[in-house]
Design a protein around this ligand. Sequence first.
Ligand code: DGP
Length: 115
Amino acid sequence: MAEDCLFCKIVAGEIPADVVAESDVAIAFRDVSPQAPVHVLVIPRDHYANVAEVAAAGDVDVAGLFRLAAEVAATEGIADEGYRLVANTGANAHQTVFHCHVHVIGGRPMGWPPG
Ligand code: DGP
């Protein structure tokens, strides 16, 4: 657990969150500021600043993030119509919380490329 990390505190249960799914390596909870009818964040239980740090740590957490994201898409009912996975990484990508997270966004059509 990293000191002063908001998402570590959610993992620890110190800050409440609307948790929708869990696994050994990751948890999924609704984004506090949803940008679509379905907007869930999937995060590793262990602290990594971004997706690159997760990738450097080994295969288990990387696979675990995507496995739980796919499970969330299925249980939220957006798997068939389509959804977007986003891992904002660094300043240009507008990462604001520096505990790796994958946004699972769906329930409406989305444009491409992103703005
Ligand atoms: P990003 O810009 O990729 O770093 O997205 C961070 C997301 O985290 C943003 O969509 C809002 C969400 N968020 C920030 N604080 C909280 C919180 O305390 N609870 C929940 N559920 N989501 C949060």
